[in-house]
Design a protein around this ligand. Structure first.
Ligand code: HEM
Length: 392
């Protein structure tokens, strides 16, 4: 067993480290602003050649931003907005910029109350200062400082570009990327709904949150059937090892997200993550370090392996929900995850009932021989497991 798994494990660990180290490299990180302005965080926005750079001052509750839009001609307007009330354009508190006919730049604020907006200048729902814009080499940049007293650290952002007509912005295209340019922004961690945070969330939800319980289901329910021995063990081991590998990759992406924001910690999420990593490592080491099935302490080892196993599953699920709270993804992701958990719980309940049924039936039919064969003697299928055939 150890011989087969060791090289696979090593390859997978290396692969997971590769994923975690390469995903975070974004092109915005290499950008240098004029006049030595330095922004601590940045994100490559996924549509419309856009980049957001920012500094967040948590105590003053201010965010200094630079919204950069490349490949844009001088007859276009660009805009970036926070939407405190929803996900799309309506409700957006926009910063708008374009070049006027006289060649000077206009940068102003415009709250968007509906799709018929003409982007008239107006106050936003939060104070904005130091608003300015530049245009050079087909690149428009809006600079501003926002005071966000009442907003949470994760906000909805929207960005856009469209034509300028007679020194006013006209309607943007309403197809393709122009209607996809919305997302989340985590001001504290630098995570957006589309990049690092999503990868972290997905890897962890799939591994710790889905594969791990499935692997436990294999062990708990297949074990009862003599014909599934040792297949259940292989399924369990493969499922849990791959969950662990993907989980470690997810965990490492989380460390990277965290290291982008020193001073800001989601303490309980982080502590549970570290505990999970340790317990998960312990569980996977069972592949190589478990007492032989005949060993006199094997019974106690099984209890230990089960207790840690179930604790890891419970902690993982708790931590995934904590992650949802931090990343604040679209509701559909949380719903999908809850749906998968409910599905797994239903399958497990049905299997639990069925297993008891099989075990009780088997116990009844085998009880006359019990004295001769002993508890485990009849077919000896429980070699890898904790349970004798009479127990569930
Ligand atoms: C000149 C002013 C604007 C007009 C007339 C306008 C008009 C519209 C219309 C009619 C739609 C609906 C398209 C559809 O679903 O068929 C739309 C969508 C959208 N607009 Fe605008 N818009 C303007 C400015 C802005 C600004 C300033 C932003 C962002 C800062 C923006 C971001 C979006 C986004 C992301 C969508 C797609 C998501 C949604 O429907 O909310 N728009 N716009």
């Amino acid at each position: 067993m150890g011989k087969t798994f060791k090289p696979v494990l090593i390859i997978l660990v290396l692969f997971s480290l590769h994923i975690s180290s390469s995903y975070g490299q974004s092109s915005c990180a290499n950008y240098n602003f004029a006049r030595n302005q330095v922004f601590r965080f940045c994100n490559d926005l996924p549509y419309l050649n856009s980049f957001l750079h920012w500094n967040y001052d948590q105590s003053a509750k201010t965010v200094k931003i630079a919204y950069r839009h490349t490949g844009v001609s001088s007859s276009r307007w660009v805009a970036w907005a926070i939407n405190p009330t929803g996900r799309g354009m309506v409700g957006a508190q926009a910063l708008v910029a374009f070049q006027k006919a006289d060649g000077t730049m206009r940068a102003y604020t415009a709250p968007v109350s509906g799709y018929q907006t003409q982007l008239q200048e107006g106050d936003l729902s939060f104070p904005v200062s130091d608003l300015s814009a530049t245009y050079a080499r087909n690149e428009m940049i809006i600079f501003a400082t926002l005071k966000l007293d009442n907003l949470s650290s994760t906000v909805n952002q929207v960005w856009q570009e469209g034509p300028v007509s007679g020194d006013s912005p006209a309607m943007h295209s309403t197809t393709g990327p122009n209607v996809q340019s919305t997302g989340n922004l985590n001001l504290l961690s630098g995570a957006t709904g589309t990049t690092g945070g999503a990868i972290h969330g997905l890897l962890n939800a799939v591994s710790w949150g889905i594969l791990l319980p499935i692997g436990a289901v294999f062990a708990r329910y297949l074990k009862v059937f003599p014909s599934a021995d040792p297949a259940w063990f292989y399924l369990h081991a493969i499922c849990q090892s791959s969950a662990y590998i993907i989980g470690v990759a997810g965990w490492a992406t989380g460390l990277r997200l965290g290291s982008q924001s020193p001073g800001v910690q989601y303490t309980s999420h982080r502590i549970i993550g570290i505990v999970l990593f340790c317990l998960g490592t312990l569980q996977v080491s069972a592949l190589l370090l478990r007492p032989k099935k005949e060993h006199k302490h094997r019974f106690y080892w099984n209890i230990y392996h089960h207790c840690i196993g179930y604790s890891v599953i419970v902690l993982s699920i708790i931590n995934i929900f904590k992650g949802f709270d931090i990343l604040n993804p679209q509701e559909k992701w949380k719903t999908a995850y809850i749906g998968i958990l409910i599905g797994l719980a239903i399958v497990a309940t049905i299997l639990e009932v069925y297993t008891w049924f099989v075990v009780v039936k088997r116990k009844k039919s085998s009880s006359p021989h019990k004295m001769q064969n002993g508890v485990n003697g009849t077919n000896g299928y429980n070699g890898y497991g904790a349970r004798s055939q009479d127990r569930v």
